[in-house]
Structure formats: structure tokens, C-alpha cells
Ligand binder design. Structure first.
Ligand code: S3P
Length: 203
């Protein structure tokens, strides 16, 4: 099967690390010249807080997982089940590259996106990345309430989550900005991320 077809992508999809020169966007005292990409583990709050950040900054919000599902016309568990994780990662890379070429916006990505070398390069070249850093207890408390994450469908989901944290955190460290997600309210987390972005842009 042609992989592009399943994700609704054109054959002539431009190269994934293409740098886009956007006109700067001024909002709430910030000047952005690139999209802002939220990375971090499942359960870190990238989508929920990302939406609130976008609203506060009057910017569009996109959720990469949601866009992948739309492009494939399948849910993420269905993509994993039908085509496997590699195929999902392929679509994820393509969709994120497309979104980063579209406009300055806040983009929440799935937990594994930044682990893919090419996706990481694309993000490094075309966006400001922010890692939502959370410890195991916070993540487990949140992800154990939901069942839509295929990577945790294992006999020992706690062990799997711990292993993912171990493997991924050294790579997430490469993000431009790191924000700790303690057990704060969503509003506090939103403000914390915006402050960190402001400090980064002032450097
Ligand atoms: C994944 C995280 C999920 C989703 C997919 C794989 C991962 O997104 O992309 O299930 O590899 O950690 P969230 O981080 O939004 O849960």
C-alpha cells in the first residue's frame, strides 16, 4: 500500500525540513517568527494546555494527533492496529512537517513525535519547542484514567510508562524550552509556559 495515500498526502510533498520564513506575528507583547511546538509524554497536558495558550495568545491551535487521524480517516488505535507503529510514525512525521509549513500557531504533538530523528530536525529548524516535563506519578495518574493510548496496552503499563520516560527524557532535553509540570492548575501551567516563552524570546 502507498503510505502517502493512507495519510492523504501528495506525492510531491516538499522536503520535511524546509525552513519557512513567516512574517512576524506580534501578540501580547511577544513577537513570534515560528510556530511553537509542545512536546512531552502522554498525559503531560500538551493538548489541553496548548489550547489555552493559543487562546490566551490569540493564535491558532493544532493538535498533530487529531490532524493525523483526520488525514488517515482512522483513529490512532486503528492506525496502530491496522498498519503498525512504524506507519503511524511515518504519517506523524509528514503531518507535522505539513503543519509547520502552514502558519504560526501552537502545535501539540504526540509523545513519540520528538523521538523521531527527522521530526526532531524539522521541529528544530522550523519551530520553538517546549517540553512539558512531568514525573511518573503525575503522568500515571492521568494516563491510567484513559485507554486510548496503544503504547500502554501492555501487560505492565506502569513499567512501560517508566521505560518510555527513561528512553525519552534524554532526547526531550533537546527542546528549546523546558517547563516543569508540577501538580499546578491548568491556568498556572498556561501562564508558566507563556512566561517561559517570553523569557526565551527575550534572550
Ligand atoms: C504516543 C502518544 C500519543 C499518540 C500515540 C503515541 C507516544 O499522543 O501520539 O498514541 O508515542 O507517546 P499523546 O502524547 O497526545 O497522548
Amino acid at each position: 500500500m502507498d503510505k502517502n495515500v493512507a495519510f492523504g498526502l501528495e506525492d510531491d510533498d516538499p522536503s520535511s525540513d524546509q525552513i519557512v520564513n513567516y512574517d512576524p506575528v506580534n501578540t501580547k507583547g511577544l513577537t513570534l517568527t515560528q510556530p511553537v511546538v509542545l512536546i512531552g509524554m502522554m498525559g503531560a497536558g500538551k493538548s489541553a494546555i496548548g489550547r489555552m495558550i493559543a487562546q490566551e495568545l490569540d493564535l491558532p491551535f493544532m493538535d498533530a494527533d487529531h490532524e493525523i487521524e483526520k488525514a488517515a480517516a482512522l483513529t490512532i488505535p486503528e492506525i496502530f492496529e491496522k498498519y503498525g507503529e512504524d506507519h503511524f510514525r511515518y504519517g506523524e512525521r509528514k503531518v507535522i512537517a505539513r503543519l509547520l509549513r502552514s502558519q504560526i500557531h501552537i502545535l501539540a504533538t504526540g509523545g513519540g513525535a520528538f523521538m523521531n530523528e527527522e521530526t526532531r530536525q524539522t521541529i528544530a529548524k522550523n519551530a520553538i519547542s517546549i517540553w512539558f516535563k512531568a514525573d511518573f506519578d503525575i503522568l500515571w495518574e492521568r494516563v491510567s484514567r484513559k485507554s486510548h493510548r496503544p503504547l500502554l496496552h501492555t501487560p505492565d503499563p506502569q513499567g512501560t510508562l517508566k521505560k518510555l520516560i527513561e528512553d525519552r527524557y534524554p532526547v526531550y532535553e533537546e527542546a528549546d524550552i523546558i517547563v516543569d509540570c508540577d501538580d499546578v492548575s491548568k491556568e498556572d501551567m498556561r501562564d508558566r509556559v507563556i512566561d517561559a516563552l517570553r523569557n526565551h524570546l527575550a534572550q
